[in-house]
Write a protein that binds this ligand. Structure first.
Ligand SMILES: Nc1ncnc2c1ncn2[C@@H]1O[C@H](COP(=O)(O)OP(=O)(O)OP(=O)(O)O)[C@@H](O)[C@H]1O
Ligand SMILES: [Mg+2]
Length: 265
């Protein structure tokens, strides 16, 4: 039985004269690992920014696990069970990998009174608990224990990306939105990332939305794909259905050579 965990209904967002989102619909069921693809500039990151309340939509609705998220305060998004990573990696350069991952607990602002009181009386055990949660997520993302005390700039890019995913998982989301996590990774690292995401999806039961340009990767890893173009959904289906969908082929061929190249990369 499929239970919707994320429902995006007719969302619009304009930047000056640019219609970044033009009435996009997007649904994800609990426990799914889905792909969100589309040519450069089709509105994928804008959609993630709207869902996570980093920007306002002009119209439409976002519902997560039955709760309307459309106008909630941005700092409460994590409480509704939504976490993300960024197209341009955003780790704190002055914190270690372990500390960066631990900051995921801070996303959950609203604490019941009892735990706020506990925080007050026992900052240290809270810190230790956060670091323990970070370690569990870093284990899952296979960030070796030996490098967790290093700064982001001291480790390969793929480990920085995986640390950012761990930080999102530490917030214990129902849905995690990953904006091109494989970008900048080599082919072996991309394959490993796919395995790690599938493991997180399976072991934590977290619903995963994977934004991706690497078609081969996304088609191999996800169960279902939604394609957007010019801020609208043009297709949704299994990887096999999407591969043969004329509207999708048209959308990718209709864009500039640069977009085609990165779509096939
Ligand atoms: N803050 C902004 N100000 C002005 N225009 C913006 C802004 N953010 C996005 N846009 C425009 O909205 C459109 C959609 O951009 P968006 O970044 O969502 O696309 P995308 O699908 O994520 O593309 P890519 O695959 O290149 O990451 C583009 O035309 C972009 O230039
Ligand atoms: Mg983007």
């Amino acid at each position: 039985m499929s239970v919707p965990i994320l429902q995006v209904e007719q969302v619009h967002r304009r930047f000056g004269g640019v219609k970044a989102l033009a009435g996009v619909d997007f649904e994800v069921n609990a426990g799914e690992l889905v792909g969100l693809i589309g040519p450069n500039g089709s509105g994928k990151s804008t959609l993630v920014n709207v869902i996570t309340r980093m920007i306002d939509s002009d119209a439409g609705r976002v519902v997560v696990d039955g709760a309307d998220l459309t106008r909630v305060a941005p700092h409460r998004v994590a409480d509704f069970g939504v976490a993300r990573t960024y197209q341009r990696l955003r780790l704190n350069p002055e914190l270690t990998l372990q500390e960066n991952a631990a900051t995921g607990v801070l996303y959950r602002h609203q604490r019941p009174f009892a735990s706020a009181l506990r925080l007050w009386f026992d900052v240290r055990s809270t810190r230790d608990a956060a670091l323990a949660q970070a370690d569990a997520a870093l284990d899952l993302m296979k960030v070796p224990a030996a490098v967790r005390g290093k700064l982001p700039k001291e480790v390969p890019f793929s480990l920085q990306r995986r640390t950012e995913i761990a930080r999102a998982l530490v917030a214990k989301p129902k849905v995690v939105l990953l904006d091109e996590p494989a970008a900048g990774m080599n082919p072996a690292e991309v394959v490993e990332l796919g395995e790690l995401l599938a493991a997180a999806n399976r072991q934590l039961g977290v619903t995963v939305v994977l934004i991706e340009h690497n078609m081969e990767f996304v088609m191999r890893v996800v169960q279902r794909i939604t394609v957007i173009n010019r801020g609208e959904r043009i297709a949704t289906g299994t990887p096999a259905e999407i591969r043969n969908n004329p509207a999708v082929v048209e959308a990718y061929l209709g864009t500039r050579g640069e977009a085609k190249a990165s779509a096939q990369a």
